[in-house]
Each structure stands twice: as C-alpha cells, then as structure tokens.
Design a protein around this ligand. Sequence first.
Ligand SMILES: [Fe+2]
Length: 346
Amino acid sequence: MRYLAIDEIKDGMLLAKDLFSNEGKVLLAKGTKLTRAYLERLKDFDFTHLYVLDSENDDDREIMGPVSEVTKAQAIKIVKDTLGKALVVQNVDLKQMNMVADIILDEVLENNDVIYNMLDLKEHDNYTYVHSVNVCIISTIMGKHLGLPRDRLKELAMGTLLHDLGMVYIDPEILNKMTNLTPEETKQVQDHARLGFERLRTYTGLSILSAHVAYQHHEREDGSGYPRGLKGDEIHLYAKIAAVADSFDAMTSNKLYREPLWSHEAIAELKANAPTKYDRKAVAALSWSVAPYPVGSVLLLSTGEKAVVVNTNRRKTVVQFLEGKRKNQFLELGKDADLQIEKRLA
Ligand SMILES: [Fe+2]
C-alpha cells in the first residue's frame, strides 16, 4: 500500500481506504479500481493524495489509525455544523459534539499502543474543521500519555474540537488572502482566540476550562504568544497541549502558502522550540503520540533500498520493500541495527 499524489496514480490501481465526503458519505469504497475519470472527479473534490494498492495481491492490512475513518468523518461534520451555528444562534446545542468527543475518547483509550499515524487528505475549504478534529485526536492521545483521567481528557477533547471557533467571526477575505497580511489584518485574525472564548464561555454544559483552550492555544511559554502574552504557569495544561498539537498539525498540513513539513521534521522543530515557546512535557508527549513516519511514508534506507511504512504504533514500525532483492518483503525497523532511515521520499 502506498500514499501517492493523484497525478502519480496509474489506471487500475486500487483504492486502499474508503473515501468520505465532507458530509461523511462514502464517495468511493475501498477496493475500487481507479480510473482516470475517477481521479479527475476526486481532484474536483480537492483530494490531492490517496492511499492505493498496486494490485489485488498487495498487502491491504487495515491501517490502524487512532480513530476510525467513520468517526473522523462524523467528527468533521459535527464541528462544521457547530461552528456554522455559532454565527447565527446564541447557545449551540453541544449534545452531538459531546457524543463525538466520547467516541474519540473511547477509541483512543481502547488501544494502549495508539499513535497518531495519519497522512491527511486535506482540503482547503474544510481546513478549519479537519484541523480541529486532528488537533482533538492528537491532544487526546497526548493527554492520555500525560496520565490525565477520562473526565479531564473529555474537557481537553471538547476544548480542542472548539479551539478555533472564533475563526467563524473573521472576515473570510482576510483568511483566504494569498499575500502577507497587514499588521491590522494580523490583529483581526489573532482576535479569533478571544472571540472564541467569549462565545464558548456562554455555552451551557461546557467546562470553562474547555473555553480556555480556545483563549490560550496561541500563548507561548516565554510570553511571546497572544492574545494576553501569558507565560509558563499562567497557561493552563490543556492549552499547552493544544498549542503543541495545533502547531504540529498546521506544520504538517497542506496550505496554500507553503510546503508542509514531514511529521519527523515538525517534531524536531517543536523540540527545538521547547521550553522557550512550547512546554517541554507537552512536546515530549507529542513525540510519544505521533508517528514520525506515518503509514504510507516512502523511505530511503541506508542500504539504498526503498520501502513503504505499512504499519506503525508506539513500539514498532513495519516497512515493505518496494524494489530490489527483497521486493514485497516486510521488515520491522530497528530489528536490524545496520539498517537506518536515510530520508523520507514521499
Ligand atoms: Fe487558532
């Protein structure tokens, strides 16, 4: 199984995972033979990359993500609905969001070796919603590694799902601008943290600590963040976790104005910025919680061989050779001390 740019996919390759629309409906089922016509259509839906199998004999073991694809699609839809309603009604009913946060928690808590190993099929139109769900999943796994009990993980999950709610009040023209923002526009965008908090604090049934995730997720340890320039202990643990997860997801996402970093590069950058910008414990939790080489990554090994990551969790990373003498064979990285990862190719 491989994760390829749509233009690199050849006629007849098979889709390795179900594809969901923004509304959570299956667009194309796993196992579908891909044709040019399908691929062109998927481009219209803003898909840029897909998980594919080269043939029916290809290894198609389930990709063990931290949460199921169905849960993720459902969560994206609910975040989208909730944020949309925040613009028009005063008190949004959070019943559905509570339900989806509980499902994410169940799935994350169920698996002891759980790790965030998703390569995302991100779409620009949906960025805020997909991003909110990613930040929630990553933060929940981090919180679990930090030993938070379920009730606190729930506050963290709700806070992270809603952390960018304030974005709905920002002029879309500014958000979609391709050029640099003026200082005035930057100020307006930064105001999303406060605006989100002001709204969330009025929601019945939502913990004030969840609302503070929205308020504080852009604060930085040295006081260089916004909106209040809080420092160190003034920043709540949930917001420290959310800041790291938020930055990680933003760094590794496709955005219009820059190339995404690979997961291992983003982890290294966050480590380099701790403890100045990010809390050291939170960054350590991130490095236990996300796969440096997610399933589908194509690696160049020190032997000169190319291999694709087919399975990864906290304890191991399994690759399948793509060429050479060992083509199609599997290997657990780390088992052979002489074999190192030289670099990530795709
Ligand atoms: Fe934000």
